[in-house]
Write a protein that binds this ligand. Sequence first.
Ligand code: GRF
Length: 195
Amino acid sequence: MKKSRLAIFASGSGSNAEAIIKYFGNHPQIEVALLLSNNAQAYALERAKKYNVPSKTFTKTQFQNGEVNQWLKELNVTHVVLAGFLWLVPEIVLTTFPHRIINIHPSLLPKFGGKGMHGHKIHEAVVAAQETETGITMHEVNEHYDEGKILAQVKCAVLPTDDAAMLGERVLKLEHEYYPKVIEAWVTSSADRPR
Ligand code: GRF
């Protein structure tokens, strides 16, 4: 049987991208076909290189005019994984990959999500709101920020002594542990789902 092929989109550090690349390094059903970035300086590109995963950068025009979508088709990509990717996904990609684009957000959506809610801002808001728990949400991607169908959530405690940085570290560890596993279950089960 042919393997499912992932394209990872990352705009920044790419620690999740690396965790995913490592997890599927020797997987019987799933492989990482390429890593794409909108940011030529993204450390995610270095990480891809380290594991011999092909990578490419692109502009907003190339994303919106269908060029990036064409690359995905040419490389027989079956599923798209966003990992710290900051742009909305254009219609042309959404319609090519229905129910086959996943993202991760470092809070328990719908709390602390939406446009502008990324990076340390999320954890600062969680601490300021005196939440007792936070966590990660893995969800399908649609035309709005952080609003696609929720596929899985994993929680962790917010301690009274936490600052945003401490909390961010705890949440990022959860992401590395769970995102690859949730991707695996999602890809495997999507084989029986209609497009
Ligand atoms: C992660 O917190 C992820 O949940 C969010 O962006 C961050 C990316 O971190 N969408 P990294 O680039 O994977 O290190």
